[in-house]
Design a protein around this ligand. Structure first.
Ligand code: ZN
Length: 217
């Protein structure tokens, strides 16, 4: 379902686009045996990839290595193009916690062949998102995320450790793409990505703000 729920206005709005950042935490880049990028690594998921709290995500038959990546996401509140870094914050209306579910075996195969990794990242159910809470007065550097799988700790991260901050990311993306109300930007995952199996229950949290529960079916 291609919508995000805004808690402040109690409405579900259409998500036109989902941008995601790759390798935006140094320790995750290291665990992927990749260099820290010099500019944002941007890719997209179709908005049909979105599922909400309580969803059961079907384990795709095409993979043997479904991975979790837990990520803070931001919601764009108004249209903009060529947005300056200094103005970027005013384009963000809300934030939440999301999962960038990834078919790691397929992604590796596609990367090695120099092909787009879309199908390993954009499949149905690959973008579980929580409700989005307002960013009013929030110091982004205070944001922390957490993931448990079947009650066991898997990922913990602090936004302050992201390489490219959301303001810089918005300035970068909006040079080439018009940002629209409802667009989501996933800010990358911290270290600790790992395999999921059918029956796993995920609880991802933007600590103190919002959370989501998802089951792998
Ligand atoms: Zn990711």
């Amino acid at each position: 379902m291609n919508t995000v729920h805004l808690v402040k206005s109690n409405e579900d709005i259409i998500v036109p686009k989902i941008f995601c950042l790759g390798k935006n935490y140094a320790k995750h880049a290291a665990e992927m045996k990749a260099d820290v990028p010099q500019k944002p690594v941007v890719f997209m998921k179709p908005s049909s990839a979105i599922v909400h709290n309580g969803a059961k995500v079907k384990y795709p038959a095409m993979t043997k290595d479904l991975h979790h990546e837990t990520e803070i996401y931001f919601v764009i509140g108004k249209e903009g193009k060529n947005i300056r870094k200094e103005d970027a914050r005013s384009y963000i209306t809300a934030m939440g916690i999301g999962l960038d579910l990834t078919l790691r075996d397929l992604q590796t195969e596609l990367k090695n062949a120099g092909n787009p990794w879309l199908i390993s990242k954009g499949f149905d159910g690959s973008a579980p998102i929580s409700q989005a809470v307002p960013v009013d007065g929030v110091d982004f550097n205070s944001l922390e995320l957490n993931l448990t799988v079947n009650g066991k700790q898997r990922q913990h991260g602090s936004y302050k450790n992201t390489i490219f901050k959301i303001e810089e990311t918005i300035a970068f993306i909006s040079q080439l793409f018009t940002l629209e109300r409802g667009d989501l930007i996933f800010t990358g995952t911290p270290e600790g990505v790992a395999q999921l199996v059918p029956g796993d229950r995920l609880h991802a949290e933007l600590i103190g703000h919002t959370s989501i529960d998802v089951e792998i079916g």
